[in-house]
Design a protein around this ligand. Sequence first.
Ligand SMILES: *Cc1c(COP(=O)(O)O)cnc(C)c1O
Length: 365
Amino acid sequence: MPKWENNVRKVVPYTPGEQPKIRDLIKLNTNENPYPPSEKVLQALRALDDEGIRRYPDPASTLLNEAVARHLGIGAERVFTGVGSDDVLAMCFLTFFASGRPVLFPDITYSFYDVWADLFRIPYETQPLDENFRIVNRDYYKENGGIIFPNPNAPTGVKKDLDEIRQILEHNRDVVVIVDEAYIDFARSEEELLQSGGVPAASALHLTDEFDNLLVVQTSSKSRALAGMRIGWAVGSKKLIRYLNDVKYSFNSYTMNQAAIAAGSAALADEAYYSVCTAKIIRTRERMKKELAKLGFLFPDSEANFLFVTHPEHQARDLFHALRQEKILVRYFDKPRIDNYLRITIGTDEQMDALCECLKKLIRK
Ligand SMILES: *Cc1c(COP(=O)(O)O)cnc(C)c1O
């Protein structure tokens, strides 16, 4: 080994879900939206002119931040945007978890958290979910250097109620608490969505006025069908946002490109279109819960755009490979506690029917 290699920052990278180029693939492995983005997004992208491409973008991505603020009903000075919520979350780890004390997150959760912690040399302690895959509140009442968890959690889909999140915050006023709401738009019934729309009642956004140490992170990748544009945001007190901006401007001023600013702003202005898509996904999810239960699958009650399923008589790994043979791609994690589970993204009704047909055959074999 050459000596210079001793000086390299060595990291074990995150493994994203596959993006294979297989024709007619039913792709249910990365929680993308099965429906197209709003037509207004495509129009905004087509309207980009040469000036928009030749010039540097607005480093403050003002239009996009204002669109997020308008959508959430808050001031734009409480919004930070980034290149997908992955970029936002990485900035949060770098900015807020600098105490040297361990950051707490669940043992089964978004598998980027431990990667960022290792990358930035942040100590952390994972807290085990209970046997029903629930986050146990009291595990987060000990001394720590910050807390982060997704709500609903990934890859389980299990949601924590707002009063329990409030209790975590009441026990943790001296550290930054981050709630990763990548799936929050799906965390409601179809009725709630169609009646009230807007910000779901389950969102921790409703606690950000009360707790200046609470940061809520959301994304346009899942419920807005914009995974390819890379747009995410954090919402919190002005002070939290100012600290995030200081780190961002010390790292890369131009995170949001013109196309992303235009596309994201257009998407957030078309609530009517996205409510219909999200309602369809929620309806399909509830139908799939019944169908998969009939086939003998067991799963926690997901409130996200995916189901996390296991079968008492069939190995998840075998089902994963057999489905892949049939050009249906789901996600399998070869990790302790979850290596007999499949995470299945909710697609269109047609895609889910094809999946059920295939599973029926495999299970009766
Ligand atoms: C998908 C996902 C993200 C990242 O999404 P971006 O595409 O980077 O916005 C963050 N957290 C969780 C829990 C996710 O599932």
